[in-house]
Design a protein around this ligand. Structure first.
Ligand code: DX5
Ligand code: ZN
Length: 223
């Protein structure tokens, strides 16, 4: 099965946003990855409500909303979630993980749980019935351009075996952070099927390189 690309919009050049979206539509990018950051859960501010609203006016490409905010369950109604979107909330961002997932479900989107590099795979055991997917962070979230945390490669393999052992291979695995073509290819072998494409792939170089970069990444995740 061919992998899907979720282009990380925090890496895009705002000056060329319209042209970038046009290329993404022509090249059939699957999702636009939106890093929503509150300066509390992660040490950075990121894309917010007005940006999301503006983007919806530019394109119908579904959004992949990665919520790096504390207590996301109280903020879901701010975001204009659509049923074709993916929404990831973080396991570490709330004391009430199951409740947060319960509150996310009525939005009709795909409900994903994100886990940081230091969070072990076994925490997923009691929420497998609540989620459509897992967003596996390969870096500590908050910034683009970081190097992969080496232990996360082994962790991706562990997650794959864990999901198999639970008969839960229908749960989608997304990988986020330093997804180079090399890492994408490796992680596809461990069952990942959505690849967040940031400065390590699609957004490397100039805006004129976008098309070539997308094609390279597609090739890496199609074998
Ligand atoms: C994590 C972010 C980053 C980024 C991905 O907070 O989701 O992982 O946008 O792009 P690069 O390739 O720069 O890690
Ligand atoms: Zn992200």
């Amino acid at each position: 099965m061919i992998g899907k690309i979720s282009a990380s919009m925090m890496c895009s050049d705002l000056v060329h946003l319209k042209d970038t979206i046009k290329v993404f539509e022509e090249e059939r990018i699957d999702y636009l990855h939106i890093d929503v950051m509150d300066g509390e859960f992660v040490p950075n501010f990121g894309l917010g409500v007005d940006y999301i609203r503006g983007l919806r006016e530019l394109t119908n490409i579904p959004l992949d909303l990665h919520l790096m905010v504390l207590n996301p369950e109280y903020k879901l109604q701010w975001l204009g979630i659509q049923n074709t979107d993916i929404v990831s909330i973080h396991y570490e961002s709330t004391y009430q993980v199951q409740r947060a997932l319960d509150w996310l479900k009525p939005f009709g989107c795909k409900c994903f749980l994100a886990i940081n590099p230091a969070t072990p795979v076994y925490v997923l055991e009691e929420v497998l019935d609540y989620i459509d997917g897992i967003n596996l962070l390969m870096v500590n979230p908050g910034f683009a351009g970081q190097s992969i945390v080496p232990s996360t490669i082994k962790k991706a393999e562990k997650l794959n075996s864990f999901l198999n052992s639970q008969n839960k291979n229908d749960i989608t695995v997304e990988v986020d952070g330093n997804i180079t073509t090399h890492n994408a290819h490796l992680l596809k072998g461990f069952g990942a099927s959505i690849f967040v494409a940031g400065s390590s792939s699609v957004f490397s170089g100039e805006v004129t390189d976008l098309r070539k970069n997308i094609r390279n990444l597609k090739q890496a995740i199609s074998e």
